[in-house]
Design a binder for this molecule. Structure first.
Ligand code: HAM
Length: 403
């Protein structure tokens, strides 16, 4: 027997119902915020992710599904959606147009991580990317949209925000941090020591308890922001306050992807174990330029669908459509042609074999149908069909041509 690969799984029945409900809910809300659907290839040039997600990130370093294709190209299964959408934005020359563009997407992402609860090698994201708007109002609007999506799905969350500064305030802060880290280098874990050389900011993100303790005295970027970043961050917190969106400021929140600047945020659930981030995002004003496009401010986020799957409060499914059955084999083919017409408007379940009245009623119940319509001996003789509204228990017999 061939099984799915480790860290990958099938979505069926209840899970696939949940998946669709999450996507439908998120799409409806994203449309209200002016986003349009974008689909980008799952396979891209490896260079795209190296340049955007960053050479020093764990994703690029250890987790890429990277291979040489038959043409000898170095390609990669997308580990996230932002890079591809930014690449498409540039490929389609949208960076040369003065119009702001907002895209939503959903689909599979691939990261070769060690699988555990909430951490898969193939997982799904719903994401949004907004290009061309530099105002912090857009950061607020995006956070408000995510909180509306989670509210609509009945999911509780903690929102954590931080500012990663800009090219003016980040470099002097980095220097400051590096000299602080140099003094405690010997006591930091192996990962931190590696990061110290490759991307020192990511040391702040270490989950190791003893590192966290040592890092609590580290200089905080939030206290060293330039005037513009400081004023934007304060505006963001005020806007969130006014909209009653609760948040905490996490000065160690740096995100695992290198393209961010200014606002960074994560939505956390305390109901799903250690892999608790259910959405993440932020501003990435330099990415389009890094990918050889015209400098374009941008901000976005992605929700991890599998992580919220169990948290979603599903709406009750209401009985829907018609169940068609015959008590006489000769009536089955008539029902099949009636079903084609009815399916123009509603969901139809047809039983292909003649059955007893009782077993049809049972089947209709299982099919969660609103109506049951049956043809028995009398109906066949008279050219009629018997219909019952299962909920209201009202029944009638009508000519087949009026059905
Ligand atoms: P990310 O934080 O890497 O950001 O991923 C977003 C979400 O995807 C996470 O919060 C988590 O819920 C889910 N996720 C990540 N890895 C896994 C995994 N191995 N298994 C299951 N779920 C996972 C990004 O991907 C950015 N592209 C978000 C963004 C969009 N920033 C700006 N625009």
């Amino acid at each position: 027997m061939i099984n799915p690969l480790r860290g990958m799984k099938d979505l069926t029945f209840e899970e696939s119902r949940r998946y669709i409900h999450i996507i439908d809910t998120a799409v409806a809300i994203a449309k209200r915020y002016g986003y349009s659907y974008i689909e980008t290839p799952i396979l891209e040039e490896t260079a795209l992710f190296k340049r955007s997600v960053g050479n020093s990130s764990d994703i690029v370093n250890k987790e890429m599904y990277q291979f040489e294709d038959k043409g000898g190209y170095d390609v990669c299964m997308r580990p996230e959606g932002t890079a591809g959408v930014a690449r498409a934005f540039i490929s389609d020359k949208l960076d040369r147009q003065p119009i702001k563009q907002k895209f939503y997407y959903h689909g599979p992402m691939f990261r070769y991580e060690r699988p555990q609860k909430g951490r898969l090698r193939e997982f799904h994201q719903f994401g949004c990317e907004s290009f061309g708007e530099e105002s912090v109002y857009e950061d607020f609007t995006i956070i408000a949209m995510i909180s509306q999506i989670f509210d609509a799905l009945g999911i509780g969350y903690d929102l954590q925000i931080n500012s990663l500064g800009c090219s003016e305030c980040m470099p002097p802060y980095k220097q400051n941090l590096v000299s602080f880290l140099a003094d405690i280098k010997g006591d930091l874990c192996e990962d931190c020591n590696r990061r110290l050389d490759t991307n020192p900011i990511r040391v702040l993100d270490c989950k190791n308890k003893s590192c966290r303790l040592l890092l609590s005295n580290a200089p905080k970027l939030i206290n060293n922001l330039c005037n513009e970043c400081d004023s934007d961050f304060k505006k963001l917190t005020l806007l969130l306050d006014h909209a009653n969106i609760r948040y905490t400021i996490d000065t160690n929140l740096v995100r695992g992807l290198d393209y961010y600047n200014k606002t960074a945020f994560e939505f956390i659930s305390n109901e799903i174990g250690s892999q608790s981030a259910i959405a993440g995002g932020g501003r990435y004003d330099r990415l389009v330029e890094f990918l050889d496009g015209k400098p374009t401010p941008a901000v976005g986020f992605a929700i991890g669908i599998e992580r919220i799957m169990e948290l979603v409060k599903m709406p009750k499914t209401l009985p829907e459509g018609i169940y068609l059955g015959a008590m006489q084999e000769e009536a089955v083919e008539l029902l099949l042609s009636l079903a084609v017409r009815k399916r123009l408007k509603t969901k139809v379940t047809v039983e292909y074999h003649a059955r007893s009245f009782k077993s049809h009623m049972k089947n209709a119940d299982k099919a969660e149908a609103k109506y049951v319509a049956l043809i028995g001996e009398d109906e066949l003789k008279n050219g009629t069909i018997w219909i019952k509204d299962i909920e209201n228990r009202e029944e009638k017999t009508i000519p087949v041509e009026n059905f």
